[in-house]
Every structure is written in C-alpha cells, then in structure tokens.
Design a protein around this ligand. Structure first.
Ligand code: G3P
Ligand code: MG
Length: 247
C-alpha cells in the first residue's frame, strides 16, 4: 500500500474549535496554527453553487433561517456566518468552493472535501462538487480527498472524476464496509474514533485502505489511534493536537 500522501493532522471544519466552522476565517486560523490540511463540508445552493455549510439549514451557523437547498448562493452570501460564534467574525460568509480553493492554495493547505448533500440532492452534489474540485485543483499535489457519508454522492463523484481520491465516511463501521469501499474505489475509510478498536483498525489496514479517525480532541486518544495504525486524525483541538503531533 502506498504511504498516506496527506498530513496526519486535519483541522475539522477548517479551524476546529477556534473559529466559526466552514468559513475562510476558520481556514486562516488552521493555517496560522501551522496545520497543513483541513476538512470542510461542501453542498449545493438552490442554483447549484458548491459552498461550505455543515447542516441542512442555515439556522445554527448564520443569522438566517431555513433550508440551504432553497436559497440561491446570492441569498446565502448575504448571511452573517460568523457572529453566532463571536461578533468579531461578523463579516464571515459561507464561502464558495472557488474561494476556499484559492485560500487553500495560497496557504499551502491540503483539502479534505466532505461532500455533505442536502437531502435528496446526493447525486447532483457528488457530481458537481467533484467536477468543480477537479477543475480548481488541477495539477495541485496532493489532490483534494473527497469524502462522504453518502454512498450515492461518492458514486456520482467517482463517475464524474474517477481520478480524484475518495474516502467513505462512517459512524460505526457496517459489516459490508469492504464491499462498499471496493464498489466506490475508495483509498480510505473515515470513521468515528469512538467506534474504532485495535482489531478493527488492523482489519481495515490489512484490506489496503488508509484510515482517518474523526473527531479526535484528546491528545492521548490521538496517540493511541496512531499506535493502532490510524493514518490521520481530524480534530477540533488544533491548539492541542498540532500539525506535527504524530510526526
Ligand atoms: O469528515 C469528518 C467529519 O467532519 C464528519 O462529521 O458531522 O463533522 O461532518 P461531521
Ligand atoms: Mg465534516
């Protein structure tokens, strides 16, 4: 199996616990603390613009209300996506994938693009996010790692851009994980660290897959996971689990 081509510490939602999630400020925070890879959540606006947001609605992380799938990107971009976290972030917006790419390349950050479709939009989101990622990151090494909890979204991403690496996300790993990752041609599994043990890690690694554990906020747990053979951890605590923590 080739070595894991990505950094071993990944900032969750851009800047972990230190900035409003999935914003440019979060990405800048991750980079300022020395992180070299970020994870973020991408979905489509009503007019099919790939942009960053975790939830199906804008309620929790902006001053707006309602389903993201029903808002155009112009409507989404008018919302304040930072004040919910701290008023000093009031100018933050939900960035487009174009803006995020520009910032990642400028800051030298590798990207884990989690495809997080609005309900019912799995296939189109996988297709358009993969298409945009391939266009934007053309020639960039390492390439963006696409991941998703949605099998259908990752299948659409594979069909659209088969050369982009893919990782399948799970909470608990189901019995048929191998069939799913084989069908999708995945390079990695991304698993809730609370569902992992030494035996399961060994089994996944023996299958030739890389393994990323999320969301690991305890340094001792990160060391244990690495000891078991986990390739990378995704963390909110980039202040405690820094870029070289597992070096
Ligand atoms: O990609 C790892 C992690 O982000 C998955 O969970 O809900 O934070 O997107 P969530
Ligand atoms: Mg995520």
């Amino acid at each position: 199996m080739p070595d894991w081509p990505y950094p071993r510490i990944v900032a969750h939602r851009g800047g972990g616990a230190l900035a409003p999630e999935n914003t440019l400020a979060a990405i800048e925070t991750g980079a300022r603390l020395g992180l070299r890879m970020i994870e973020f959540d991408a979905k489509l606006s009503a007019d099919d613009v790939p942009f960053l947001l975790h939830d199906d609605t804008v309620d929790r992380t902006s001053n707006g209300r309602g389903a993201a799938a029903r808002k155009t990107y112009t409507e989404l971009a008018a919302l304040d996506a930072g004040s919910w976290f701290d008023t000093r972030f009031r100018d933050e917006r939900m960035p487009t994938l174009v803006q995020v790419h520009e910032r990642c390349v400028a800051l030298g950050l590798a990207a884990n693009i989690e495809i997080k479709p609005c309900p019912g939009r799995e296939v189109v989101t996988g297709r358009l996010v993969a298409q945009e990622a391939a266009r934007l990151w053309q020639g960039v090494e390492p390439p963006p790692l696409l991941s998703s909890f949605s099998f259908d979204a990752l299948a659409a991403a594979r069909d659209e851009q088969p050369e982009l690496p893919r990782g399948l996300l799970f909470g608990a790993v189901p019995p048929d994980w191998r069939a799913q990752t084989d069908a999708l041609g995945c390079v990695s599994l991304h698993v809730d660290h609370r569902k992992l043990d030494a035996g399961l890690v060994a089994g996944i690694k023996a299958a030739g897959l890389h393994l990323l554990a999320y969301t690991v906020n305890d340094p001792a747990r990160a060391l244990m996971l690495a000891h078991w053979g986990v390739d990378a951890v995704c963390t909110d605590r980039i202040d405690l689990i820094g870029a070289d923590f597992l070096a």
